[in-house]
Design a protein around this ligand. Structure first.
Ligand code: HAM
Length: 416
């Protein structure tokens, strides 16, 4: 019996899923590069204050979900629950504002949140994130959505109305320090009237983080919040112009979206645009990608005032979606050499070098195994075709190439 296992909510990513993960990460690199994003590798551990300040003291992440510990010199350290705060710290610490503006970065790796594990929700999970600094223009928001549309398309999902699995872009504006306080006052007034019918969590939120009342999934709270004041009807002029221009630019590019005034996000740093891309097929944890603007965070961390926007993709959720729907663009065809005898092995070694140089995946059987057992192994590997080489084939220079899916056979010239 195995003495050790992973922690609850923590998984190994092992074959066959490795290919799918490589594929997802590969597509993100390809698409993000087209849009001018540069790779940034941020640490997994940071001082706890960075997240407290960045994500917000009243958020679920900071209050209940961080993996925080003291290091050997007694400093409070936290395993990163997300990447944005670290990227902002790095942007300031490494003077990345000196790069041509707007500066665009992407990162990928594990994040840690002590949440209740369920399908699509883990304690260690992986994100691919991207952040843009230095542009307040709604065209940058629109560019992010255009990039995500290309990403979604290339991994094999389809934005709304496509033939594969539909994803839906939902946008909102959560205003800025000019317009949000008066909206929050309206919210408090509204929800205070219904206080007794709110869930215990929401009664607490009314004091600490009223915006989060809009996010509650409790049935009773949902029926109340339907009538709550709508934030996009309470924006200041600057936020409203930004929001309307973004919608215009999305229409211009044919990117479909719905406006969802209930999107407020679980992190405090957002301003103006907030969004989620959801996929119904995922069930309860159906947010695949989420993000928004955070125009004040760089200044709050001590940098120059710098507008910014970003998002993160949940890799587990995306992999689940692709697997559940058998979208497997990640398949790499395998050519398997079944070899009978030493001369056959020599031939296969020479030929496999050529195949590999051309970028193909090749495996060679063992000449001490029977043909039957080599064919079984090829099958287990899910090989596309097997090239069978025996003594006779070496003499004639012609071997058999067999396609495994339907058993189709053809001659294969060993001398080319
Ligand atoms: P977030 O909404 O907390 O945003 O997470 C983004 C995505 O990470 C979610 O939509 C989901 O796909 C995935 N995710 C989050 N928690 C879990 C979990 N426990 N298990 C599995 N997947 C999970 C952020 O993290 C922001 N930093 C995004 C951002 C970047 N905003 C601006 N820039």
């Amino acid at each position: 019996m195995n003495k050790y296992s992973t922690l609850k909510g923590v998984c190994d990513i092992v074959p066959p899923d490795d290919r799918l993960w490589d594929f997802i990460e590969g597509v993100s690199k390809e698409v993000f590069s087209i849009y001018g994003f540069r790779n940034i590798r941020i640490p997994i551990i940071e001082y706890t204050d960075l997240f407290k300040r960045g994500i917000g003291e009243g958020t679920d992440i900071v209050e209940k979900e961080m993996y925080t510990f003291s290091d050997r010199s007694g400093r409070s350290i936290t395993l990163r629950p997300e990447g944005t705060a670290s990227v902002v710290r790095s942007y300031i610490e490494n003077n990345l504002s000196l790069l041509p503006s707007p500066q665009k970065f992407y990162y990928q790796g594990p994040m840690f949140r002590y949440e209740r594990p369920q399908k699509g929700r883990q304690r260690q999970f992986y994100q691919i994130g991207a952040e843009v600094f230095g542009s307040a223009n709604p065209s940058t928001d629109a560019e992010i959505f255009s990039m995500l549309e290309m990403f979604i398309d290339k991994v094999g999902l389809k934005p709304q109305g496509g033939t594969h699995i539909d994803t839906q872009l939902q946008i909102n504006s959560i205003g800025c320090p000019t317009c949000r306080p008066s909206y929050i006052t309206l919210l408090i007034e509204f929800f205070s009237k219904h206080k007794d019918n709110l869930c215990i969590d929401c009664q607490g939120r009314l004091q600490k983080n009223p915006l989060r009342l809009l996010d509650c999934k409790n049935d009773g709270c949902c029926s109340i919040k339907k009538y709550a004041p709508i934030i996009t009807q309470n924006l200041c002029n600057e936020c409203l112009i930004h929001h309307n221009k973004l919608k215009h630019l999305l229409d211009l590019q044919g990117i479909s979206f719905i406006e969802n005034p209930l999107i407020v996000r679980g992190l405090d740093y957002y301003t103006k645009t907030a969004f989620e891309i959801t996929a119904e097929h995922l069930g309860a944890q159906n947010t695949l990608i989420a993000g928004g603007r955070y125009d004040n965070l760089v200044a709050e961390f001590g940098g120059a005032k710098t507008p910014a926007i970003g998002f993160a993709i949940g890799i587990e959720r995306l992999a689940l979606l692709l697997k559940d729907n058998e979208i497997s663009n990640s398949h790499i065809p395998l050519i398997y050499f079944a070899v009978l005898g030493d001369k056959a092995l020599d031939k296969a070694v020479i030929l496999s070098k050529k195949y590999r140089q051309a970028g193909d995946w090749v495996e060679i059987g063992s000449p001490t195994d029977s043909l039957k057992s080599q064919m079984k192994k090829a099958d287990k590997f899910n090989a596309e075709s097997v090239i069978i080489i025996g003594e006779n084939e070496i003499k004639t220079g012609i071997a058999i190439k067999k396609r495994l899916v339907d058993g189709f056979q053809e001659d294969y010239n060993l001398e080319i």
